[in-house]
Write a protein that binds this ligand. Structure first.
Ligand code: 9MR
Length: 618
């Protein structure tokens, strides 16, 4: 491990302080602290960044999500040859430097894309005739200059991109035609010479399943390793259709690369849908994303899950595949889509090998269960990962009382300690002693109220000891807890008020105005993740909503997201948050929760939205 990775956690902490929660102004202005990176812990969750996004009219909103939600960042286009090396003797580093400075300010790792590709090359290199040695020297100069310049910044390089065609044959690119197939290994060797500990990967699309193309990549990687050519990993781009992939084949494919000792990265995920997207196709998309992430998390070699952008407003899909789009996890107004929730939920479970959602239709379904064994555990034996998820407003005014919310995931009775650093900027309100400690009353420590008493930025940390799940079921005392500290900046003036008026609940309902799709996204022997999609099937907007249902068994909600959940006995009320208070005609709101249960985990029999029964969508 090099120093950049040894100190990565320090950088992450810094990034959290600087920007994690700046993102969370949703389109409605509501501050929310749910982030994918917090849910991901040490797993890498990332996005590509658009060219010069800082000039977008909505640059602040874009950057807030890019910096706040993700912990790894890929400049999407501006490290390609045409952008960074426009003339033989001149490089354009200005935009790349800016990407890097932004990513670092959020404590993010940086993924370099790409040192070799058959597309997006400047005319000076692609349209001239070179000898093999001339073109090799040009390639070396490029790698020396670009990898060298970002040696301390870029952690992972896509050394070669899309070298094979779909039949597994080397593309007849100008690189291949001039140098021969050795151009690929020359690039890997040169990159290693320049940066001895950067992760060097091969990146391609349509290699997720076992097929002719992935066989060719596998043969190349095996050959490289046998001959001492440095290669550290494989990037599965994961540009998918809404029908998904064969997840068993994906898992087996990852396993064979892992067996070679290679790391695996999902590098450019998007799931394109036929337009207009429907609530059904968006739900299907969420399932595809969740299944891919699930297989990745269950494969120890899989290091990262990166999207090719995050908002449907800026995606390569619609212009490349007319009639298709809506491929990412936020819509064009930066609202999180069901896919966001699905990803978030699955991240929360960590590398747990608990049962996964039923795979959706795949290209070649097989009857066999997924074959991704870990060395010591069968899929039902691994312990769910205990985690603390902290959230607080990113900015408060001096004297303001604010709430730190702690979600406990896979933690039993706990003893919680909250510390603030530096001390003295906040005090508990009403005043208890600091730190806050409770024993055997976890819910009492879920929301802790503080008062801002001095100007500055304070970081709140929580640690908990308690019962954590053990492999195969049951609980034991202790265990490591992943957590995300949060930082709160105390300012002298009133923060920009959210411009969302408090919604007025209970609009006049009309009968059969809603439908509910309730799914158990995953389930293990003591708990489960539930997802709920509420659709407004009427022709008028719903302004403020409360969804009631009764659990049929002893299900008990532990925590939730995207709605305010209260449970009394077996009766549950899920209320809107301000950012999702309005459900447009034919629109949907999605929320989810984690709950415990024992015995049967029956699905609720009915749902009532604002006093009116909804139809149930299976
Ligand atoms: O997102 C990129 C888009 O802006 C470019 O116009 C396009 C050119 O082909 O490349 C896109 O990114 C590609 C990536 O570099 C490699 N894998 C496929 C991506 C989507 O085409």
């Amino acid at each position: 491990m090099n120093s950049r990775r040894r100190y990565w956690w320090i950088a992450v902490m810094l990034g959290l302080i600087l920007g994690q929660f700046a993102w969370s102004q949703s389109s409605s202005g509501q501050t929310s602290a749910q982030t994918l990176r917090a849910a991901a812990g040490s797993f890498l969750i990332g996005s590509a960044a658009d060219s010069d996004f800082w000039n977008f009219s909505d640059a602040a909103q874009y950057e807030a999500i890019l910096g706040g939600q993700f912990n790894i960042y890929t400049p999407g286009n501006q490290l390609k040859w045409d952008a960074v090396h426009p003339q033989r003797t001149s490089y354009n580093f200005t935009p790349v430097d800016r990407h890097i400075q932004i990513a670092k300010s959020y404590g993010q790792q940086i993924h370099g894309h790409t040192l070799l590709w058959h597309q997006q090359n400047p005319g000076w290199v692609a349209n001239q005739t070179w000898t093999a040695s001339e073109l090799t020297n040009i390639l070396y100069d490029h790698i020396d200059t670009v990898v060298g310049r970002y040696k301390n910044d870029i952690a992972i390089w896509d050394v070669a991109n899309e070298v094979f065609d779909d039949s597994g044959v080397y593309r007849r690119s100008f690189w291949y035609n001039t140098i021969g197939q050795s151009y690929v290994e020359l690039a890997f060797k040169r990159a290693r010479q320049v940066d001895s500990d950067v992760v060097l990967i091969y990146n391609d699309y349509n290699i997720e399943e076992i097929n002719a193309k992935s066989n060719a990549v596998y043969a190349m990687a095996k050959d490289f390793l046998a001959r001492g050519i440095p290669i550290d990993g494989i990037g599965f781009q994961m540009h998918l259709l809404g029908s998904g992939i064969n997840y068993n084949s994906f898992a087996q494919n990852m396993q064979r690369f892992a067996d070679l000792g290679l790391k695996i990265y999902v590098t450019e995920a998007d799931v394109r849908l036929q337009l207009p997207a429907t609530s059904a196709s968006l739900a299907q998309q969420a399932t595809v994303y969740q299944n891919v992430l699930d297989r990745c998390l269950r494969q120890p070699a899989c290091q990262a899950f990166q999207f090719w952008g995050f908002s449907d407003k800026y995606s390569w899909v619609p212009s490349t595949f007319p009639g298709y789009g809506a491929a990412l996890i936020y819509d064009e107004q930066y609202n999180p889509k069901p896919a966001y929730t699905a990803i978030y939920n699955r991240l929360l479970q960590g590398r747990s090998t608990t049962p996964t959602p039923t795979p959706n239709a795949t290209s070649t379904p097989t009857a066999q269960p997924t074959n991704t064994p870990t060395a010591s555990a069968t899929p039902t034996q691994a312990a769910p990962q205990p985690k603390l998820i902290l959230s607080a407003p990113s900015q408060v005014t001096l004297g303001q009382v604010f709430t730190l919310t702690i979600q406990y995931v896979n933690i039993g009775l706990q003893y919680t300690t909250v510390t603030s650093s530096p001390a003295g900027l906040v005090q508990l309100d009403p005043p208890l002693s600091m730190p806050c400690k409770y024993n055997q009353h976890p819910t009492q420590c879920k929301n802790i109220t503080f008062k801002a008493t001095a100007l500055g930025t304070v970081q709140l940390n929580a640690s908990a000891t308690g019962e954590v799940p053990i492999a195969g079921g049951g609980w034991t005392w202790g265990g490591a807890l992943a957590q995300n500290p949060v930082s709160v900046t105390i300012v002298n003036s009133t923060p920009t008020p959210t411009n969302t008026p408090t919604p007025t609940p209970s609009p006049t309902p009309t009968s059969n105005a809603c439908s509910v799709h309730y799914t158990i996204a995953s389930q293990w022997n003591t708990g489960f993740i539930g997802n709920v999609i509420v659709t407004n099937t009427s022709n008028t907007p719903i302004n403020g909503w409360a969804l009631n249902w009764n659990f049929a068994g002893n299900q008990q909600i532990i925590n939730g997201w995207n709605s305010s959940l209260t449970q009394t006995g077996n009766a549950v009320v899920a209320g809107n948050l301000s950012w999702n208070s309005v459900i447009a005609p034919q629109g949907s709101a999605s929320f989810g929760f984690q709950a415990s249960y024992s015995g049967a985990n029956a699905v609720p029999a009915s749902f009532i939205l604002n006093g009116v029964a909804c139809s149930i969508v299976p």
